[in-house]
Design a protein around this ligand. Structure first.
Ligand code: S3P
Length: 443
């Protein structure tokens, strides 16, 4: 059976239950770490070699922006080491045209931090229709406290955004949301500011930037409750490194939930990054009683890694909110699918950030899962989902969102009857081989 669409415009046919999943899968490289390896390699002195970089649309956007500013980045292809020739902290050439960040919020937000301090140079960042709707003042506002000048639609909130590069000064900044993109943008701006900068988050967001910047030689100190206060003191030169990118737990999450909810399923997901700021999904699946075992725990280039074995079993409803949300923010769409298969009422609160992701993921999941018969209620900051519900096949749409596309594919595994998924190609933003892996693992 092949699940690959012969025509990417046509809806993808996803056969419903019965059927199961078995085997091993290696998910592609972590998206957050891949962006950072490219960006930090670009501003380092010398060569950075990246093993396991995610060969998907989002990191390709970052690489294209860097190339447009004079950084040599070798071709990005599956299974091939990527080499970045660093130009140093202030070595970016003024680009001749707009920098296109595609669908990638991480590219745009980290780039804002990186470019705001490039004195005397002018940059314009843009992206696709989804990215041009996403809020950027959350980065531009704090950067303005360091002296940055960023202009755009909606009072500087929406791309296209024009950056008038200038020498920045250090500051102590409290960010209103726990966002690794905002934090990372400020840490990057801090590298060449006059004086130290401290970023204080309301809760810990993923800390890949802190780990990797330190490995590249930055003077960076983590303090405060739970590591929520980060100080960068400028002055150090970054040196090119070898970065080994682990598999993305946010991509692994689709298989973890798929195996947990599909009768008879047993999967092993290999080489998954287990950074504690990303493992909220494992805690929730544990709370649900899912049968998951972490095997072969190890440390790879400053990030914890392991293999995850998961089997189908009965599931209980979950309750999530508060400081857990930033640790599983990208996994909430697929957790909504898991909730349909769990005994009881699951609640997701404090997740208003989902409304400003690639799509409004609370609305889109409520709409699309609802079309498959899910019993759910949408709130301003979350969802309430009633299980166990037998989903039925339906005509559904990713609405251009990669994580929605893959979450609906997981839902189709337990649906009675066939599902037709429009814009399945969106998955290529973070997991280009997803449909091939799904076809291979189906039994
Ligand atoms: C990311 C941070 C998160 C996450 C996104 C990747 C990053 O966004 O949702 O997929 O690489 O820093 P926020 O910073 O908006 O929470």
């Amino acid at each position: 059976m092949t699940l690959a669409p012969s025509d990417l415009q046509a809806p993808l046919l996803l056969p419903g239950a019965p059927g199961s999943l078995a085997g091993q899968v290696r998910v592609p490289g972590d998206k957050s770490i891949s962006h950072r390896a490219l960006l930090f390699g670009a501003i380092a002195e010398g060569e950075t070699r990246i093993e396991g970089l995610l060969p998907a649309e989002d990191p390709l956007s970052t690489a294209a922006c860097l190339r447009a500013m004079g950084v040599a980045v070798s071709p990005i292809e599956a299974g091939r080491e990527v080499i970045v020739q660093g130009v140093g902290l202030d070595g970016f050439r003024e680009p001749e045209n707009l920098l296109d960040c595609g669908n990638s919020g991480t590219t745009m937000r980290l780039m804002l931090g990186l470019l705001a301090g490039r004195a005397g140079r002018h940059f314009v960042l843009t992206g696709d229709a989804s990215l041009r709707r996403r809020p950027m003042r959350r980065v531009g506002g704090p950067l303005a406290q360091m002296g940055a000048t960023i202009a755009g639609r909606g009072g500087g909130n929406l791309a296209p955004l024009a950056i008038a590069g200038r020498q920045l000064h250090g500051a102590t900044i409290r960010t209103p949301v726990a966002s690794a993109q905002v934090k990372s943008a400020l840490l990057l701006a801090a590298l060449t500011a006059a004086g130290p900068t401290t970023v204080i988050e309301p809760a810990l967001s993923r800390d890949h930037s802190e780990r990797m910047l330190r490995a590249f030689g930055a003077d960076l100190v983590v303090a405060g409750p739970g590591g929520t206060e980060v100080t960068v003191t400028p002055g150090n030169t970054l040196r090119g490194q070898t970065v080994v990118v682990p598999g993305d737990i946010s991509s692994a999450a689709f298989w973890l939930v798929a195996a947990a909810i599909t009768p008879g399923a047993a999967l092993t997901v290999e080489n998954v990054g287990l950074n504690p700021s990303r493992t909220g999904i494992l805690e929730v699946l544990e709370q649900m009683g899912a049968r998951i075992t972490v095997l072969n725990r190890r440390d790879v280039a400053g990030e914890p890694v392991g293999d995850l074995a998961v089997e189908h079993g009965p599931l209980r409803a979950f309750t999530i909110g508060g400081d857990l949300i930033p640790r599983l923010v990208d996994e909430i769409p697929v957790l909504a699918v898991a909730a349909c298969c769990a005994e009881g009422v699951s609640t997701i609160r404090g997740a208003e950030e989902l409304r400003v992701k690639e799509t409004d993921r609370l609305a889109v999941m409520a709409r699309q899962l609802g079309a498959m018969g899910a019993r759910l209620e949408e709130h301003a900051d979350g969802l309430t989902i009633q299980g166990v519900t037998t989903l039925h096949g339906a005509e559904v749409d990713s609405e251009t969102d990669h994580r929605v596309a893959m979450s609906l594919a997981v839902a189709s595994l337990v649906a009675s009857g066939d599902t037709r998924l429009h814009d399945s190609a969106a998955a290529a933003v973070s997991y280009p081989g997803f449909w091939d892996d799904l076809a291979r693992l189906r039994r």
